[in-house]
Every structure is written in structure tokens, then in C-alpha cells.
Write a protein that binds this ligand. Structure first.
Ligand code: BTN
Length: 334
């Protein structure tokens, strides 16, 4: 694995000092870091270039970030974990920069890392989405999280797990007071038809179990417009959703883990079944005319929810049909 180069501690320290979004004079920064003012200036330009962070310099006032940042902190995340999540979390790793949290854990999986190993990163240099897409992952503002879980289930019995995880993500956002969060089959998290978060599930194991799963979540908490330009679909971030702007990133990671770790354990015991009514209550397109794209095939139908395995149900040419893959969208003018 080629891990994204970790960010130099010096740069992280400077970013932490500026994280409050207030002005800090070059002189004070230089004194605190034991460096010259010229060296501070040089490091801050490297921070701009390498981390994509906007740092303003104003003569007579000093330097400040374009907006405050809340960086991940192990202790803050743990403070907000439920007792059961604390028990189920075997390891929590925080990276300032990594190629992809999923790739990192997938490599650990081969080395037989335990269930409940979680990693989060401030930045991904090669974030991966579904269908080979790139996941835009700038520093310090969004959530890039992966979780490893070992199931005694067979690979076949894991169908529906990604839908269960989608429900967990919506519930964690609701637990923080957000409304109107929906799911688009199989597991995109939407707000007002724009993508807020996505899940990437990667599995390894023998056909008849045990199965090792790495579940990756990318959630836009505050995506700068210039970074958002790189996203190839309508997107939204928490800062645009009522009540979302003030949510602490550390608290958000804890809320996500509270639900996701619980869901993993429940899925092992009960499968998708108990979660189906919940999934359907969040279904963004239930009862609506949709288009399903499977490879080059385009299928039009009316979305009828999901079956017991989490497959998509469409009313197509007068019959209820089951689909296991593809990408749905609302039928234009439907
Ligand atoms: C999607 O395409 O909707 C899935 C996006 C998943 C992105 C997350 S970010 C954390 C984890 N690491 C990755 O490289 N991808 C997932």
C-alpha cells in the first residue's frame, strides 16, 4: 500500500494554532514554534499548496484560515461514544493524510486485524467511491471513515449489509438533530436529492464464512465550493442543512460509530429483516418513477422498495421485478 505521505508535524501544529479562524501574528507564531517569521511564511505557503487549506495573510494583523477547523481528536471522539460502542471498538486510528482509509484497512484485513478496527482521516489522497469513482477528500472538513468487522456469515448472507449501514448513518444524523435525510438505493445518503454521503463496502473471505468486511463512509460536512467543483453529481454538505453547520466533527464520528458498530452486531444476529421498514421509511424514491442503469441497459419502472435481501424492486412492464445492481435516478419529467 502506498500511504499518502503523512503531513509534517510542524504543519499540523501550525494548522492547529490557526484552527480557531482568528488572526495570529507572524511574530507570535514564530515565537511559539521556535522559528523565524520567514520560516513561518514558507511553511504556511506549503500548507496552502499541499493541504489545500486557505490561509490569508493581512499586513499588520498576521495570518488566519478562511474558516475555523475542528480536527479529529481521539479523546473527544471517545467522550461521545456509547458504552456498547466503546466495547465494540477494538482500535481507533486517526490519520492526517492517507491514500484511502478503505485501502488501509483492506490491507490490515489480510493481516487478520480484529473486528471493530476503525480509522478516520483528515484527508485522502486517493479516496475511492463506488464503481471505480474518485471520492473528493480535501483536508480537515469532511468525514472519511472505515470500519472493519468480521462476520461468521457467508458472503451471500452479507447482501443487505450496505443497506443496513445506510440506515445507521441516517439514524446517527437524526440523533444529532437533523431532519429530512434520505436513502437512495442501495446506500447513498441524500438531502433534498443531493448526495451528502456514500458507503463503500468491500468484502473478503471464504464463500462459507467467516467474512471480513471493510465499510467505508465518506460524508461531506463542509465542502469548499472549489473542491465541490470536482464532484460529478449534485452534492450537499452538513453546513447547508438546517442545524448541520454547528455539529462537531468529533461528535459526529462518535454518533456514526455508535450506530454503525451496533448495526454490525445486530446484522450478524438478525440480518436485514428488522431494518427493512426503517430503510423504506427513509427511501427517497419510494413509489416514484425511476430509471435504473445497469451497464448499458436502461430500465424504467416505478420504485417499490426493497426485498428481504436488500435487492431493488421495480414495477416494470406491469410486473414486479428484482434487481441486484445498478444505479437509480428519478425519471426526468416522471
Ligand atoms: C460512494 O461512491 O458513494 C462511496 C464513497 C465512499 C467513500 C469513503 S471515504 C472513506 C472510505 N475510503 C475510501 O477510499 N472510500 C471510502
Amino acid at each position: 500500500m502506498t500511504e499518502g505521505a503523512e503531513i509534517p508535524e510542524m504543519h499540523l501544529q501550525l494548522v492547529r494554532m490557526l484552527a480557531d479562524g482568528h488572526f495570529h501574528s507572524g511574530e507570535k507564531l514564530a515565537e511559539a514554534m521556535g522559528l523565524s517569521r520567514a520560516a513561518i511564511w514558507k511553511h504556511l505557503s506549503q500548507i496552502r499548496d499541499r493541504m489545500g487549506i486557505e490561509v490569508f495573510a493581512v499586513r499588520g494583523k498576521g495570518y488566519r484560515l478562511s474558516e475555523p477547523l475542528e480536527l479529529f481528536q481521539d479523546s473527544l471522539i471517545r467522550t461521545h461514544l456509547s458504552d456498547t460502542a466503546r466495547d465494540r471498538l477494538s482500535k481507533l486510528e486517526i490519520f492526517s493524510s492517507i491514500d484511502s482509509t478503505n485501502s488501509y484497512l483492506m490491507e490490515r484485513v489480510e493481516k487478520k486485524s480484529p473486528s471493530g478496527h476503525v480509522c478516520v482521516a483528515e484527508q485522502q489522497t486517493a479516496g475511492r467511491g463506488r464503481r471505480g469513482r474518485y471520492w473528493v477528500s480535501p483536508f480537515g472538513n469532511n468525514i472519511y471513515l472505515s470500519l472493519h468487522w468480521v462476520f461468521t456469515l457467508t458472503l451471500g448472507e452479507l447482501s443487505g449489509l450496505s443497506l443496513a449501514a445506510g440506515v445507521a448513518v441516517v439514524k446517527s444524523l437524526e440523533s444529532l438533530g437533523l431532519d429530512g435525510i434520505k436513502l437512495k438505493w442501495p446506500n447513498d445518503v441524500l438531502w433534498q436529492n443531493r448526495k451528502l454521503a456514500g458507503l463503500l463496502l468491500e468484502v473478503s473471505g471464504e464463500q462459507d464464512g467467516p467474512s471480513r468486511v471493510v465499510l467505508g463512509l465518506g460524508l461531506n460536512s463542509h465542502m469548499r465550493q472549489d473542491h465541490g467543483m470536482e464532484i460529478d453529481q449534485p452534492w450537499v454538505d452538513l453546513s447547508q442543512i438546517p442545524g448541520g453547520k454547528q455539529i462537531s466533527r468529533n461528535r459526529l464520528v462518535a454518533a456514526l460509530l455508535n450506530e454503525l458498530l451496533d448495526t454490525m452486531a445486530r446484522f450478524e444476529a438478525e440480518g436485514l429483516n428488522p431494518l427493512i421498514p426503517g430503510w423504506e421509511s427513509y427511501d427517497a424514491y419510494l413509489g416514484q418513477p425511476v430509471v435504473l442503469q445497469v451497464g448499458n441497459r436502461v430500465i424504467e419502472g416505478v420504485h417499490q422498495g426493497i426485498d428481504a435481501n436488500g435487492a431493488l424492486l421495480l414495477l416494470h412492464e406491469g410486473r414486479l421485478q428484482v434487481y441486484h445492481g445498478g444505479e437509480i435516478s428519478l425519471r426526468p419529467g416522471g
